[in-house]
Design a protein around this ligand. Structure first.
Ligand code: TLP
Length: 344
């Protein structure tokens, strides 16, 4: 029985082209900035995002961390969504390692933050308050149904931040999914952002790696912070080689993941006891709730697993399924069929 693993798009394996490119990569010591393949990847990433420079990091978490450390001093405050990955899932690194105080705003269902609320949260200058230094946005928004956020909103949010002298960081782990879903150039999503982090190791199928992009001064600082947190890698061109292929060849595969997500969402939504609005699904991430009179959430999960289907339990009764390159249309049909058998 073939496993159908929908727990995350991070599970994607490198393609054959990636494996070959990794084996054959021309490499050097990247801590000396002498790895030609890493240098090529960083240049390409900066060009894609319309920024001056980029730095290659092992993970999205490290990319977000060093971006925030670059923008903020200890005791500064960042405004970010209460459902953001940085707030929920990055082990409070910004607080533990950077002394940065998170000030949360409720995420709206589409992943945005209400800008009037953001404006009210920006601290006035007062003896009692930490200085608000940064606004952090997430696009696509993982825990808000993988919502892609429109360039117009990103620009408005950045304009508000600029009015108060705040920097803007975008956690764009899946920003290419947003660009593909919205049919815009990825650059247009980060035009006014000071920094953006994006991942190669999710839907783009590279085995490891993320990039942080911004202006030269910011990237020099981020590079030094990467070294501080132990992310200075050596012949990392072997990894960067896969990243170059991810950027050049894999972005076009995301559209299929989105259409498979639509099929899966519609199929699941039609079943008894599954609470899901397919209209909310715009990219490759589906969240749904089990409210079944007879099948409780644990049983649903276990029965799927018995049939080789894996999804992620996020909270009691709430599940996430993520579509990616290794999930075919016929596998999507199978997931719907098995779910129907379980819930019928
Ligand atoms: N997300 C992972 C898990 O941590 C939940 C996933 O399976 O979705 N920003 C966003 C929006 C992310 O979704 C993730 C990873 C990260 C940052 C961190 O990236 P990594 O895992 O490379 O540190």
């Amino acid at each position: 029985m073939n496993t159908i693993d929908l727990r995350s798009d991070t599970l994607t394996q490198p393609t054959e082209d990636m494996r070959k490119a990794m084996a054959e990569a021309e490499v050097g010591d990247d801590v000396f900035s002498e790895d030609p393949t890493v240098n090529r990847l960083e240049k390409s990433a900066a060009d894609h995002m319309g920024k001056e420079a980029a730095v290659f990091v092992p993970s999205g978490t490290m990319g977000n961390l060093i971006s925030m450390l670059s923008h903020c001093n200890r005791g500064d405050e960042v405004i970010l969504g209460d459902q953001s990955h940085i707030f929920l899932n990055e082990v409070a690194g910004i607080a533990a390692l950077g002394g940065i105080h998170p000030h949360t705003v409720l995420n709206q269902p589409d992943g945005t933050l209400d800008l009037e609320t953001v404006e009210k949260k920006i601290r006035a200058s007062d003896l009692h308050y930490p200085p608000t230094r940064l606004l952090a946005l997430e696009n696509t928004h993982n825990y808000c149904m993988g919502s892609p956020i429109q360039p117009e909103y990103m620009q408005k949010a950045s304009a508000l931040a600029k009015r108060y002298n705040l920097k803007v960081h975008v956690d764009g782990a899946r920003i290419f999914n947003a660009a593909v879903a919205l049919e815009v150039n990825v650059k247009d999503l980060v035009t006014d952002a000071d920094s953006v982090m994006f991942c190669l190791s999710k839907g783009l199928s590279a085995p490891v790696g993320s990039l942080v992009c911004g202006n030269k001064e910011f990237i020099n600082k981020a590079r030094k912070l990467r070294k501080m947190v132990g992310g200075g890698m050596r012949q990392s061109g072997h990894l960067a080689a896969a990243g170059i292929i991810a950027l050049n060849d894999l972005v076009k595969t995301l559209k299929k993941d989105h259409s498979n997500a639509q099929v899966l969402a519609k199929g699941l939504a039609s079943l008894k006891g599954i609470d899901l609005d397919p209209k909310l699904i715009k990219t490759n991430i589906i969240f749904f709730r089990i409210k079944h009179p007879k099948v409780d959430a644990d049983i649903f999960l276990k029965k799927l697993e018995d049939q080789g289907i894996k999804i992620l339990a996020i909270q009691p009764g709430i599940f996430r399924a993520v579509l990616h390159r290794e999930i075919s249309e016929s596998q999507v049909e199978r997931v719907i069929r098995v779910s129907e058998e379980i819930t019928n």
